[in-house]
Design a protein around this ligand. Structure first.
Ligand SMILES: [Zn+2]
Length: 152
């Protein structure tokens, strides 16, 4: 049992968390104690999982800005970036195009080769994300099962 002062102090300090989360935290503490898992290892596990989880965001960013050369310019060999077109609020171009690969070579006057796609860039990126070799390079294969899926 804890006294009223300590009860009030804990209630106040942990008030940013839901009671359900606090209950889950106590269950987790009981579980790691049962299995003899070090709390610092659990902290490392969470940090590593977060790093792994941000992998897809970085991947999408790198694909979007051409840092990751998923496609090389057929004209000059520079990496190409992919952008959505004809989406709500996006660049409008004639035709039923949904995305465009653009050469990232600087200055743009040197080469501004573009390849238009009838597939959305998001779909192309998702196809790339399902490429196991690429995912391995980005170290996002170790995501915990509960984080798999919803990466929208
Ligand atoms: Zn080029």
């Amino acid at each position: 049992m804890i006294n009223d002062d300590k009860y009030a102090m804990i209630a106040e300090r942990l008030s940013v968390f839901t009671f359900t989360n606090i209950q889950a935290f106590v269950q987790i503490l009981d579980t790691i104690e049962t299995f003899g898992i070090d709390i610092d290892d659990v902290k490392d596990y969470v940090r590593e999982s977060i790093n792994n989880f941000v992998g897809p965001a970085k991947l999408i960013r790198d694909i979007g800005n051409g840092t990751l050369a998923l496609k090389k310019c057929p004209e000059c060999g520079a990496p190409m970036k992919i952008q959505e077109v004809n989406t709500c609020g996006g660049t409008k171009i004639p035709g039923k195009w949904k995305s465009v690969w653009t050469c990232t070579r600087e200055p743009a006057a040197e080469c501004s080769h573009q390849i238009y796609n009838r597939t959305a860039g998001r779909v192309i990126v998702n196809e790339i994300l399902s490429n196991k070799k690429l995912l391995k390079n980005y170290k996002i294969t170790k995501r915990p099962p509960h984080q798999l899926g919803g990466q929208e």
